[in-house]
Design a binder for this molecule. Structure first.
Ligand SMILES: Cc1ncc(C[n+]2csc(CCOP(=O)(O)OP(=O)(O)O)c2C)c(N)n1
Length: 347
């Protein structure tokens, strides 16, 4: 992130530096996820993964409202959050490819990327699991007087979890510096919000906690950014949490096993036409903030950076299965006397 964005004032498509940064972040997320989709399809990446293609504007708009030393908590669909918070593409890609050079030495994969140096407290495979972590981190920032704010990403489905309720309530009664960012992509796996919630919006749930609830077009990076700047400012100034609902859509299935049987082709096509990146490009070109060559340059730079990350990660050494239990405290206590706690191998 550049110096000019450190204070995180509300910027718009009319501001060239901001526009360049927003476009480059969104393209990097898009190209990164297209690349991992391709690697998975070719059998080079294993397990499963949750792609956020189509949702790039919410991660980007929120993270551009943060200071570099602010914190985020992410989700199982977290590649965009990591990238928007400044993650290096190479260790990210290496982590997904189970390489020793990955963020977690290849042990965590897509759903467990953490980058504490950049303020990313981690993705989380437990739906709603990041919310108590973010609220606890916000309490720590307040106690320590750091002035930092925590942005916590989660999906619409997570707001039906008990963990969300408990953490949101604590954040509210203690006026903690946290912004609760719900990326409402209309589905929790195959379960639509129309069936999983009695209320029409996630934002109106904020009233139950006594905090502001704001609903924005999550595919409009400027709208997300403006709402996030206000919420982050309020949190930093001691005004407590905000529930920010960004309405968006994931183009791809929930995970790699999704056959998309719960939604129509027409619905997917309609949302694909509401492409957050294409809309932003049209706006900056229309305003004349960026030239066609600069827009093209942002696309090419994202493609090249992702290609280089793939090349370097593919060439890196695989994670060592023998070292799997290193750094695992439970392993130290669970292995019998005489065994090697680091590797689990009998001595
Ligand atoms: C506590 C918990 N319950 C269920 C699951 C299985 N699960 C994984 S993702 C998911 C859907 C989450 O939906 P949402 O919070 O809306 O996020 P999205 O996938 O739409 O980004 C579910 C139910 C889980 N990982 N953790």
């Amino acid at each position: 992130m550049s110096d000019v964005l450190d204070a995180a004032p509300a910027r718009s498509a009319a501001h060239p530096e901001w526009a360049r940064s927003a476009l480059s972040t969104m393209w990097t997320i898009r190209r990164f996820e297209e690349a991992v989709d391709d690697l998975f399809g070719r059998g080079l990446m294993h397990g499963t993964m949750h792609l956020s293609i189509g949702q790039e504007a919410s991660a980007t708009g929120v993270c551009l409202a943060l200071r570099p030393d602010d914190l985020i908590a992410s989700t199982h669909r977290g590649h965009g959050h990591c990238i928007a918070k400044g993650a290096d593409l190479e260790p990210m890609m290496a982590e997904l490819l189970a390489k020793d050079t990955g963020y977690c030495r290849g042990r965590g994969g897509s759903m467990h990327i953490a980058d504490v140096a950049r303020g990313n407290l981690g993705a989380n495979g437990i739906v709603g699991g990041g919310v108590p972590i973010a609220v606890g981190a916000a309490l720590a920032q307040r106690q320590l007087g750091t002035g930092r704010v925590v942005a916590c990403f989660f999906g619409d489905g997570a707001t039906n979890e008990g963990a969300f309720h408990e953490a949101a309530n604590l954040a509210a009664i203690w006026d903690l510096p946290v912004v609760l960012v719900c990326e409402n992509n209309k589905y929790g796996m195959s379960f639509s919000t129309e069936r999983s919630m009695k209320v029409a919006t996630v934002a109106e749930r904020a009233a139950a906690y006594g905090m502001p609830g704001v609903r924005v077009d999550g595919n409009d990076v400027e709208a997300v950014h403006a709402a996030a700047v206000e919420a982050v400012g309020r949190a930093r100034d001691g005004g407590g949490p905000t529930l920010l609902e960004a309405v968006t859509y994931r183009w791809k299935g929930h995970s790699k096993s999704d056959k998309n049987l719960y939604r129509t082709r027409e619905e997917i096509e309609e949302w694909r036409r509401d492409d957050p990146i294409a809309a932003f490009e049209a706006e900056v070109l229309g305003l004349g903030t960026l030239t066609p060559a600069e827009v093209e340059g942002a696309r090419d730079a994202a493609r090249d950076a992702v290609r280089e990350a793939v090349r370097a990660a593919m060439a890196a050494p695989d994670a060592d299965p023998q070292a799997l239990l290193a750094d695992v405290a439970a392993a130290v206590f669970s292995h019998p006397v005489g065994s090697d706690a680091a590797t689990g191998a009998a001595r």
